[in-house]
Write a protein of this length. Structure first.
Length: 414
């Protein structure tokens, strides 16, 4: 396990969770970080050491004492590049636990210590870089396997019956990443930019923290996604371009991932439906973990209406009554046998049964979105094309709505 031996440092992090603010004991050098969990699952606390400090002022040695946390099996990790110290925790029962990190006594001099807070994923919500990707009761993170079939299901599915699932992500190829990458930043140390937006009335002003070595979608859509680990805010732009020091985009949206708030009605985002995109992306790490706990994003051409939680639609010159509406939630039928697929694909397919796929953008029929990763096997992913639109059913997800202007979902209402 690890000690941290320092001569001067400051502890930083993004947001305290409820009243569970970390504490530091100057006498013992023990940093205590409380965890509160409402259900079983895996959680990780992220603490940030100021990356502006010279690396020579601190080092990490393999030594005792250890990080103390219930059933911890993974040692903490530290990145000198980002300044992020990750304390993994595995919790097997409900309750409150405290992880303790002890700084090496008699080997450091504390000149400035500020314990601001620690990001703790809430409930069973998916997480990235220590931030929950919206609350566990958000529509994205709510299971729909028990929801009733939508009265329009047969008509809607008939329009996509022969279309095949296509994974619009995988291992890199060609000129750029194959998929939609996510930039992880510490906002306080990342350059901020004000964008020139083509549709400013539907965009959030910003500023937007964009790293110098940014990753962006390689297609003409040029989506740019950023997660600020200090605030747990999500920044998304569509058709992002940089000329000199000036950024421009068609639209830009900023979400507080600790909130269920939606975009203003009638406003798009990086997706035409006004959705955040990141919550619906298939990420390799979650597939490798054996479970995806959120709905998956998919596209379909020219949705001309919108249902909750969608906020916007592209419309169509001629209304097509049976066209899937923006916000439609489709569920892979329980009768579809997924046992013959590769284990990784079974994880994706099971997510389609449990959480479904959600229509969020105008695009090619039944294209699933995900993050690029060299660990993907593109040939294996292509086997999902055996799944057709006719293998799905539309569910009545609107019955979960708690408020028209909130993404909170309550399946108990259905």
């Amino acid at each position: 396990m690890y000690k941290i031996i320092l001569s001067s440092f400051m502890l930083l992090s993004a947001a305290s969770y409820a009243d569970n603010t970390p504490t530091f004991d100057f006498a013992t050098g023990v940093l205590s970080m409380p965890f509160v969990s409402t259900s079983q699952g895996n959680y990780m606390a992220t603490l940030q050491i100021d990356p502006n400090l010279p690396a020579t002022t601190f080092t990490i040695l393999q030594a005792e004492p250890t990080v103390v946390a219930a059933n911890t099996t993974t040692p903490p990790t530290f990145s000198f590049t980002s300044g992020l110290l990750n304390l993994p925790k595995v919790n097997t029962t409900n309750g409150t636990y405290t992880a303790k990190l002890q700084l090496a006594e008699n080997l450091f001099k504390l000149t400035a210590v500020q314990v601001v807070g620690v990001n703790i994923p809430t409930g069973d919500a998916p997480a990235i870089a220590g931030c929950s990707i919206f609350p566990s009761n958000n529509a994205w993170n709510t299971a729909i396997n028990a929801l009733p079939v939508h009265p329009r299901s047969a008509a809607w599915i008939n329009t996509i019956r022969i279309a095949a699932i296509h994974t619009d992500f995988g291992a890199d190829y060609g000129a750029g990443p194959f998929g939609q990458p996510i930039n992880i930043v510490a906002g306080s140390t990342t350059p901020k930019y004000t964008f020139n937006f083509q549709i400013p009335i539907e965009s959030d002003t910003g500023p937007y923290p964009v790293p110098d070595a940014f990753l962006r979608e390689a297609t003409d859509d040029k989506r740019l996604f950023i997660v600020d680990t200090e605030t747990c805010k999500l920044y998304e732009t569509y058709n992002a371009n940089k000329t000199g020091a000036q950024w421009s985009a068609k639209r830009g949206a900023i979400w507080d991932m600790k909130s269920n708030g939606l975009r203003p009605l009638g406003s798009g985002s990086a997706d035409e439906g006004g959705f955040p995109t990141v919550p619906g992306l298939v990420r390799y790490d979650e597939v490798a973990s054996g479970i995806i706990k959120h709905a998956l994003r998919f596209t379909f051409p020219k949705p001309n209406t919108a249902i909750w939680p969608a906020r916007h639609t592209v419309g169509a010159a001629v209304a097509v009554n049976n066209t899937l509406p923006m916000g439609a939630r489709l569920r892979l039928k329980d009768s579809v046998d997924i046992s013959a697929y590769a284990p990784e694909l079974q994880v994706i397919l099971q997510a389609m049964k449990t959480y479904g796929i959600m229509l969020t953008d105008d695009g090619s029929a039944l294209y699933l979105s995900g993050t690029p990763d060299e660990r993907w096997n593109n040939d294996m992913l292509s086997n999902l094309r055996a799944i057709k639109g006719g293998d799905f059913e539309a569910v009545d997800s609107e019955c979960m709505q708690v408020s028209p202007d909130s993404g909170e979902a309550n399946p108990g209402k259905c």
